[in-house]
Structures are given as structure tokens and as C-alpha cells.
Design a protein around this ligand. Structure first.
Ligand SMILES: Nc1ncnc2c1ncn2[C@@H]1O[C@H](COP(=O)(O)OP(=O)(O)OP(=O)(O)O)[C@@H](O)[C@H]1O
Length: 308
């Protein structure tokens, strides 16, 4: 099956400044790919290239099997859903009016509007003016707008920036549903903790270059960051350290609970040793989080798995 989105060796220069440098990746059918990077890494530039708003300086971008810059780009734009980073609508219009307006622009069926309002949980607020909407409600109307025309490929640029944790969770639940329906999604973010559980793979961008691409498990394998073990109970700290140090585990700085970090390959040996230690009532294995992997591949200093 053709990948809904494919970047091949894409470079984008803005007046001599390389915003993207040899970027290649694919979004597979029904996949959620996280495009992760710091401010200025090239996430929005990538989105604009997919939309055909700007053209690559070099390289090729295939969107739903067609070139993003060819004569098909208008039609392609209609087949895409896009939620921009700073979503803004006419404040004096109601939610329903905004969606009807965009449905006409996109050539989407007007009867889809009420269904979409329901889907994003805004039916009750459909006849309120946008200027009375909270930030979370505006993001939801933005998502509904992006879903007009039942796009097979959805581009979400920093969709949860500025949302509170509860609204962020609700937003990701909607993303999970869409993924379940086979929609392919490119989601850019620099807010990493929330996105981790909702993406199939991550593409880590740094200064326009692809630093790493893979599932969390693949990135963990590649990075080989230390595994952290949090020990519950009241074992003798010195005894625990003495036992685990020969296995390559070192204690984290003293805190309310004992934590050690070391080679993930020696996890079982470490666990066995811990189980034999008096006072241990339980333990928790803590894998490097997406944030740790991101820091590792960005080389913005070694990841600090010992920090909470
Ligand atoms: N029209 C433009 N002209 C010149 N430089 C630009 C232009 N648009 C973007 N850039 C530069 O290209 C780089 C990538 O910008 P881009 O907006 O793609 O980053 P981003 O990853 O989306 O960042 P953010 O998280 O801050 O939105 C930045 O250094 C930016 O200043």
C-alpha cells in the first residue's frame, strides 16, 4: 500500500538558511507519526511543504501518492486535514457557522458539520460565538475543521500547546479514535510527555535534520540508555548498592526512595539480586521516557534517567 506521506531527501532553504536538510521519512497508512523537535527545528516548515503552501528547494514529497507541488496540489489540500499551530477563527461567528464556512471552502458535505460538532464534544456550544470559547474549545473546533471531508491524512501542528492536562488527554483520545479508523496522522510537538502514548513512531528533528526515527522500543534499543529500578520497602541502602554495583547498577542521588540505574541487558540479574535482599517489598522498572530519548538524540547533554 502506498504511504500516505513520503519525504525523500527534502531540503528547504529560506534565503540561504537551511530550515530542512535532507529529510526523509514516511507516514504509513493508519500510523501516527510524531514529528518532534525544539523551536525552529523545522516542524511547521515540514507541514507547509506537505500542504503545498511552499515548495522544497530539493527533494520530493509525495502526499497520498502524488507530488505536493504538482498541479494536483489544490485537490490534495482538500484531501488533507490540517490543524495549524495558532488556530484562529472569526470571533463573531458561532462554532457551527465556522464549520459550515470551512465545509463550503473545502467542498465538504454540510450535513457533516453537526456530526463533527458532536464528535469533538461541542454540540451544546455550537451556537455560541467563537469569542466565548476557551482555548481547549477552539482547538476542538480546529480539529473538527481539519476533519471536514473525511481526510485520510491529518496534519496536526502542536495541537496540545497551551491546553491543560485534562483537555490534552481528551484531545489525544480523539486522536486515538481517528487512528483506530485508519486515518494517518502527522503530529508535531515539542511537548513530549503527553504525546508518547499516542504515537506509533517518533521522528526527532534537530536544526532541520532527522536525528532519529522509530518506535519508542526501537529508539530505546538504539539509545541504550540506563534502566532505572525504584526499590520499595526499607532495604539497607549500602547493602543494596554493594549487591548491584557488580552488575553494573549505580545508585541515583539519595532521595525518599532507593533508585539505581544500569544496563538494561542485566535487568533480570539485578531483579533477582534485589529479591534476595531483606526489606525489599516491591520494585518498579522505569524505562527511559521519550523525553530522555529526545535529549539523547539531540545531544543536548546526556539524558538524566535519575531525575524524576
Ligand atoms: N519564511 C521564512 N523565512 C526565513 N526563515 C524562516 C521562514 N520560516 C521559517 N524560517 C526559519 O526556519 C526554521 C524552522 O522554522 P519552523 O517554523 O519550521 O520551526 P518549528 O520547528 O515549527 O518551530 P516552532 O516549534 O517554534 O513552531 C526556523 O529557524 C525559522 O526561523
Amino acid at each position: 500500500m502506498t504511504a500516505p506521506l513520503e519525504f525523500t531527501d527534502v531540503t528547504k532553504d529560506y534565503a540561504g538558511f537551511k530550515a530542512l536538510d535532507g529529510l526523509s521519512f514516511k507516514v504509513q497508512p493508519g500510523e501516527v507519526l510524531g514529528l518532534l523537535g525544539h523551536n525552529g527545528a523545522g516542524k511547521t516548515t515540514s507541514m507547509k511543504l506537505v500542504l503545498g503552501v511552499i515548495a522544497p528547494t530539493q527533494g520530493d514529497i509525495r502526499v497520498l501518492g502524488e507530488s505536493s507541488t504538482g498541479h494536483a496540489s489544490d485537490r490534495l489540500r482538500r484531501a488533507l486535514g490540517y490543524l495549524p499551530e495558532n488556530v484562529s477563527f472569526y470571533p463573531q461567528l458561532t462554532g457551527r457557522e465556522v464549520l459550515r464556512y470551512f465545509a463550503r471552502l473545502k467542498g465538504a458535505a454540510l450535513h457533516a458539520v453537526d456530526e463533527l460538532l458532536e464528535r469533538v464534544g461541542l454540540s451544546a456550544a455550537a451556537d455560541r460565538r467563537i469569542r466565548t470559547y476557551s482555548k481547549g474549545m477552539r482547538q476542538r473546533i480546529g480539529l473538527a475543521q481539519a476533519l471536514l471531508g473525511r481526510p485520510r491524512l491529518l496534519l496536526l501542528d502542536e495541537p496540545t500547546a497551551g491546553l491543560d492536562p485534562q483537555v490534552t488527554r481528551e484531545f489525544y483520545r480523539m486522536i486515538d479514535d481517528l487512528r483506530g479508523q485508519g486515518v494517518s496522522i502527522l503530529i508535531s510537538s515539542h511537548v513530549l510527555p503527553g504525546v508518547e502514548a499516542h504515537i506509533d513512531r517518533a521522528a526527532i528533528l534537530g536544526r532541520g535534520r532527522l536525528l532519529a526515527l522509530g518506535s519508542l522500543a526501537e529508539l530505546r534499543d538504539r539509545a541504550r540508555l540506563p534502566l532505572r529500578i525504584r526499590v520499595q520497602g526499607e532495604p539497607d541502602r549500602d547493602q543494596a548498592v554493594e549487591l548491584l554495583r557488580p552488575l553494573g547498577f549505580e545508585p541515583c542521588p539519595p532521595g525518599p526512595v532507593l533508585e539505581l540505574q544500569g544496563d538494561p541487558e542485566r535487568k533480570l540479574e539485578a531483579v533477582r539480586a534485589l529479591l534476595a535482599l531483606p526489606g525489599v517489598t516491591d520494585f518498579e522498572l522505569i524505562q527511559p521516557a521519550l523525553e530522555d530519548l529526545y535529549a539523547h538524540f539531540n545531544r543536548s547533554g546526556a539524558a538524566q534517567p535519575c531525575t524524576p
